[in-house]
Design a binder for this molecule. Structure first.
Ligand code: KIV
Ligand code: NA
Length: 258
């Protein structure tokens, strides 16, 4: 049975993992509660240096693929940079996500300043996941990626942002790159589930980017990632074996010939 929001609202630890295609979505479905079609795909999948150049068409293409592969997981589609610069534009693009894919929700980065947008989408029957803290779409304007909530001002801003996003009607909140005690305080304060990444132990759930945790995006190994598989190494070994077998005449073998 499909993971509905009600099912995810039991306040037990929730698990979210990204996926960008049907193949991996099918593997993760049934294991993780939520699949995020993150705009991180622009880096790991597309090879760009940040998420900013991801487009709406790209996100819809990948979300379609993920929806084709996953039948059970709750599916969230990231709104790419520039696709929600005004509430009206956000609504138009979010409607595209709902009409052209089977995603359950859209996710957008931002705090109190995005409350109006979250409210407009919510009022138009679109479920919204918020994303506060380290927001990768701000990496160019802020000149990099920095952990948030390190001082009192930053902490208060995060708390206000979380409250505003919840009040606007968001169904869930991703908290990225935030001091553990701040993510904990926010999680205790708001009623919607929080999903942490580099935000410590006390968020309702956790999210990891599949290509980081499975060791396919080798050049990226920040502190908050736990690598569960040396994926790139394993694939490299297998492909080397294939190449060796072809060169040596060991492949195809008798049982692989028509
Ligand atoms: O794009 C992404 O994968 C994300 C997660 C890191 C939360 O937004
Ligand atoms: Na993202």
């Amino acid at each position: 049975m499909k993971n509905t929001l009600n099912k995810l609202y039991k306040k037990e630890k929730l698990t979210m993992i990204t996926a960008y295609d049907a193949l991996f979505a099918k593997i993760f479905d049934d294991i993780a509660d939520i699949i995020l079609v993150g705009d991180s795909l622009n880096m790991s999948f597309m090879g760009e240096s940040d998420t900013l150049t991801a487009t709406m068409d790209q996100m819809i293409y990948h979300t379609k693929a993920v929806c084709n592969g996953a039948k059970k997981a709750y599916i969230v589609c990231d709104m790419p940079f520039g696709s929600y610069s005004t509430p009206e534009k956000a609504l138009e693009n979010a409607i595209r996500v709902y009409k052209e894919t089977k995603a359950d929700a859209v996710k957008l980065e931002g705090g109190a300043e995005k409350a109006k947008t979250v409210k407009l989408l919510t009022n138009n029957a679109i479920a919204v996941v918020g994303h506060i803290g380290l927001m990768p779409q701000f990496s160019r304007s802020e000149g990099g990626y920095r952990v948030k909530g390190k001082d009192e001002f930053s902490k208060q801003k995060l708390i206000e942002d979380a409250k505003a996003i919840e009040e606007a009607g968001a169904v869930m909140l991703v908290i990225e790159g935030v001091k553990e005690e701040v993510a904990k305080e926010i999680t205790e304060m708001i009623d919607i589930p929080t999903i942490g990444i580099g935000a410590g132990r006390y968020t309702t759930g956790q999210v990891l980017v599949w290509s980081d945790m499975l060791g396919f995006f080798e050049e990226f190994k920040p502190k908050f990632v736990r690598r569960y598989l040396n994926g790139a190494e394993k694939v490299r070994e297998a492909v080397k074996k294939y190449v060796e077998d072809v060169k040596s005449g060991n492949f195809p073998g008798i049982e692989e010939i028509y």
